[in-house]
Design a protein around this ligand. Sequence first.
Ligand code: ZN
Length: 615
Amino acid sequence: MNQPNMVGSGASAQEPATAVLLIAAWAGLLTGLGEGCLRTAAKYVLHRTVWLDPHVVWMAPVADLLVFSVAGLLLYAAGARWPGVRRLSVVAGAAAGLGVLALLLNYPRLHPGAAVLLAAGLAVLPARLVDRHAHAFRRLVRRTVGSMGALVAVLGVGVKGWQVVAERRALERLPAPGPGLPNVLLIVLDTVRALSLSVYGYGRSTTPELGRFANRGVLFERAVATAPWTLPSHASMFTGHYPHELSADWLKPLDSTYPTLAERLRDRGYVTGGFVANFLYCGYEFGLDRGFVHYEDYTPSLTALVGSIGFGRVALTTYNRLWRKYQIAGRKSAARLNDAFLRWTVRPSGRPFFAFLNYYDAHSPYWPEAPFDRKFLSVEPRSRDIESGRRYTLEERTALRGAYEGAVAYVDHYVGLLLDTLERRGSLENTLVIITADHGEEFGEHGHMGHGNSLYLPSLQVPLLIIFPARVPPGRRVQRPVTLRDVPATVLSLLDLPSNAPTFPGRTLTRYWRDTADSSGGTPSLLLSEVNFLPGQPAWYPIAKGDMHSLIMGRYHYIRNGDGREELYDIEGDPFEHHNLATALPVREQIQRFHTILDSILAEPRPPRASGRAP
Ligand SMILES: [Zn+2]
């Protein structure tokens, strides 16, 4: 029977601090587990497009535990002035309301005001229930809070343990490596355009480190990505196939139809490791992890913990808005990426490594660490993030480009530190290093900003540097345009594998310095770039009109837009593509040639694709 007048025993009595905190912790753990379940179910049961950090199953309960505990403390403190708020029914009602609100914040389409009203309304019922069954509720909390804490600990250990066991098994399955195989290091600088790099003659000193290392290898003056955005471009670099031959698309992962570079090297006995900062499109959800024994995409961090729950995401957005910051949940800086990779390389495996690093710092929002945040900035931009569809003034574009180029310099600095560290350790000499970018970035050169929107050169032309003292000549620069599609064939040819070893489509770039015939066939790769229609873009963006294709041949860059409109630029005489020659009579013949070649490429039969995982 309830005894309402005894402190801590009845529903109308004041709860002691320990009881308030215990209820808060219990509700926090329960809510966090609920948030983890919601996101997991949305992805795996409802097959919704959800980017899911596997660590969310333990991070969300921990984060909610902290939030609810602070709320519990505040409620108890408020009880000094308003004693009624320490009543069990009020404490339970507040916890229930907070829990419902936390779950509703996982549905961003619901207006926050509506979510608060709904949560307040739904909190009444549990408060009344607790009022009637105070002892049963206290017993429930006492008996289950420990079990929930233990479950969260098991989930945390389980996620890590599952990764460790999977990696150990993959290591055990590796065949013995062939003798004398070098390490292979593929560095992809996400969103770094050649146009802004001092190593390619740009006025600002954005890439002194690449300039330093360019003297040790071959620099390609005109390297072209196969796509102006992350996933298809990486997929081409991994498989040697053009985007239209692959399953990878805006919301479709790379499927297992074609082998990847990581798989090929793993099957040669390499220990393979991927370290990606762009977990949006390089994460496990989009299939680029295939073939890697060790893959670091989502990794726990303070911002990942904050971003694992609805309250945290709202807090991050508010913090960014109020203080003009650009914190992104889980974002990895170049410094963090270097640390992770360098820690991994000292693990004793007795094998050569193949490592893939994706640096994300030059992707908007451009917010590198000081002093790079202001290195090329005369005016602070209105925002360091690119707002899709907004028309920018020249001043705004100039300021944003300054922020971007500071971020490029930051990445360059850390790539230099990374290579210096490998050199000090004595492993650089025996490492084939490829440094490139998946695509570039546009700053209004053709009216729009960012990437993925068009096939103009600022989006496609990227750095490409190959260093390998044993087999690549130092200080050479290649003027001929090349495609990143040839990267995997080039890697294999530089490893001097047996001539009957399987290779990749495309043609090795070693032909620019080796006299001997390469084993990858004599047909040169076409400089084909592609991007598929992206719904929801402003009508004045090129990509809003349908799938786009472009070809570079000789001095011409041909672009076919989604609505069939054609563009042709003389990129030797007009490198910034200001003058569209498509309607000029003397070049009609050129246009027809491009037209025919493109049609024949796109009409080629393709093998059936395996089914891909939904992201
Ligand atoms: Zn990218």
